[in-house]
Design a protein around this ligand. Structure first.
Ligand code: KIV
Ligand code: ZN
Length: 388
């Protein structure tokens, strides 16, 4: 891969699914995974197989369905964790085993109840076991940003010697700041990676609202994989938002000369699909995919945008896949407008599916003032089920 290419590791179906109210069933996870593959992510973290039968089945099903993209499964360091992840991935074309262990003293003392020496041994065992199943092994040092740097580097060094080719330094509790994150990545590169063929990755949580800023700082310092989620869903305040990272790189290519494999026109459709699956929308003012992200209310702004959108828009709605037409769909809208909107959202709807969706649409329009794109996507899946 070229030096400036950033791998997008999507963890919507693992870390994202861990957030309250975001659980998905098998069918929904596979549907979302197909969309992520279409979006162009490099790695889909499909689940945590030892955690439940459902997670195991989802990883297996996604590995069977998504043949182009790399599919990752998460595991702790215990022997049965690693083998369960390997088993779930056994049919994947491009499997990755992602094993992790905490490295901060606070986690060692209060959660793992292990000494530093024991964690080093656990890391060595887990990574070499993972490497016996798959060539592609990622090691994450949980709570890396609150770990003692000398010890962190020691653990990461052991992971590389045991076979890990991706070293992830998560900001598990969303505590760090951009300059600190940059410094951490730089130290890991200088002290652990050196001239070895190992990728540095970051995984930032958003507890202080800094997840995307920290991720971008890490990229500038040499991280070449970033872990993120659609709509920024994830534990607590969430993970770094995929769409925000990708569009920051895209719009500010002058300052951030990095590329990704993402088809940016699929960002809004992916966001809408996720909202329809989990059943709640992103906040209206959410960057890139919120419903107000391209809305201009003040007269002076409207005037400027009408003359030239560049006055107040740094990217076009079309570039992120927001449908260009501004037809408001409501109880008086017809089949034609509905069919057009489905086309713009990337859905190829048959005549019978459209009929069924339209009936549901008019029922919904009687009850709801505004119908959003995510409602239309939900209608389509329920209508398709009813039609089938
Ligand atoms: O936040 C975190 O540290 C994680 C790891 C398992 C990568 O989710
Ligand atoms: Zn996380």
């Amino acid at each position: 891969m070229p030096q400036n290419r950033i791998s997008i590791f999507d963890t919507t179906l693992r870390d994202g699914e861990q957030s309250p109210g975001c659980s998905m069933d098998l069918r929904e996870k596979v549907r979302m995974a197909e969309k992520l593959e279409e979006l162009g992510v490099d790695i889909i973290e499909a689940g945590f197989p030892i955690a439940s039968e459902g997670d195991f089945a989802a990883v297996r099903a996604i590995a069977l369905q998504c043949r182009e993209v790399r599919v990752a499964a998460l595991c702790r360091t215990a022997e049965q964790d690693v083998s369960r992840a390997a088993e779930a991935l056994s049919r994947a074309v491009h499997p990755r085993i992602h094993t992790f262990c905490a490295t901060s003293d606070i986690h060692l003392e209060h959660k793992l109840k292990k000494t530093r020496a024991e964690v080093i041994e656990m890391t060595r065992m887990a990574v070499s076991r993972a490497y016996s199943y798959a060539e592609d092994v990622e090691f994450s040092a949980e709570d890396a940003t609150r770990s003692d740097i000398d010890y962190l580097c020691e653990v990461l060094d052991v992971a590389v010697d045991a076979g890990a080719s991706i070293l992830n330094v998560p900001d598990t509790v969303g505590y760090t700041t951009p300059p600190e994150m940059a410094c951490l990545v730089q130290q890991v590169r200088e002290r652990v990676v050196r001239d070895r063929d190992v990728l540095v990755s970051v995984h930032c949580h958003n507890d202080l609202g800094l997840a995307v800023a920290n991720t971008l700082a890490a990229i500038e310092a040499g991280a070449r994989q970033v872990e993120c989620t659609i709509n920024g869903i994830g534990e607590r305040a969430g993970n770094a938002s995929l769409e925000e990272i990708v569009m920051a790189l895209h719009v500010r290519a002058d300052r951030l000369p990095f590329t990704t494999g993402i088809d940016t026109t699929q960002l809004y459709p992916a966001s809408q699909l996720l909202s329809s699956i989990v059943g709640f929308d992103v906040q209206p003012n959410k960057a890139i995919v919120g419903r107000n992200a391209f809305a201009h209310e003040a007269g002076i702004h409207q005037h400027g945008v009408i003359n030239n959108p560049l006055c107040y828009e740094i990217m076009t709605p079309e570039s992120v896949g927001v449908p260009a037409n501004s037809l408001v769909l409501g109880k008086h809208s017809g089949r034609h407008a509905l069919s057009l909107r489905y086309m713009e959202l990337g859905y190829d709807v048959s005549a019978s599916e459209l009929d069924a969706a339209y009936r549901k649409f008019t029922d919904l329009a009687d009850k709801k003032k505004r119908i959003y794109d995510q409602d239309l996507i939900s209608l389509l899946s329920t209508a398709a089920c009813a039609a089938a």
